[in-house]
Design a protein around this ligand. Sequence first.
Ligand SMILES: CC(C)(COP(=O)(O)OP(=O)(O)OC[C@H]1O[C@@H](n2cnc3c(N)ncnc32)[C@H](O)[C@@H]1OP(=O)(O)O)[C@@H](O)C(=O)NCCC(=O)NCCS
Length: 182
Amino acid sequence: MSTESFIITSARTEDLNPTTRTAIIQLCIAAHQQEDFQHLFSYVPSGGLHFLAYRDDLLMGHALVTTRWLQPEGHPILKTAYVDAVATLPASQGYGYGSALLRRLASEIGDEYVIACLETERTAFYSRLGWEVWRGPLAGRDEHGLIPTPDQTGVMILRLEQTPALDLDRGLTIECQPGRIW
Ligand SMILES: CC(C)(COP(=O)(O)OP(=O)(O)OC[C@H]1O[C@@H](n2cnc3c(N)ncnc32)[C@H](O)[C@@H]1OP(=O)(O)O)[C@@H](O)C(=O)NCCC(=O)NCCS
């Protein structure tokens, strides 16, 4: 299958129509085998930036950016593009949709964000696209202080134009969200 004829668009969560929302949910459930994606739009009611790969009128791939706040040790808190819900339709995986989506995402977020971050079990896939595994200690931040996450693996960052010089062996923290840290 050729990917020559596919297009990638981006849209804010609040601008997605119900049909597109349903297609995104179905795509994420099919790719991740996780029914919890039914609730994607209650977790992200607005403000997300969605990247959508279409072949003809069919949604083949998706990635979502929301704003979070990383703090690498020795640096101020950085406005972070946090990437979630990366998914390609199972029958169409391995044809370049995911890579194209992630490249487009990286090229569009540099003005608004200082750095990008995600958490994955597929580190090799993202490494090929320029993402780097954070090697130093990880923790969440809440109003009481730091919550170390020593068992967390697969946290990766992507350096953008505004990213300061970073030492990946030092600490990295992120604000805690309801129900998750990374
Ligand atoms: C991970 C995922 C998003 C990748 O999407 P994809 O569309 O299959 O991605 P690509 O086709 O660009 O790349 C997949 C592989 O195919 C290879 N590939 C890409 N285009 C290719 C082509 N034309 N010919 C041969 N191989 C190709 C890539 O090198 C890549 O190899 P890798 O996985 O060893 O890095 C997709 O597999 C998926 O939805 N998986 C299930 C959910 C998941 O794991 N999501 C990510 C968790 S954060």
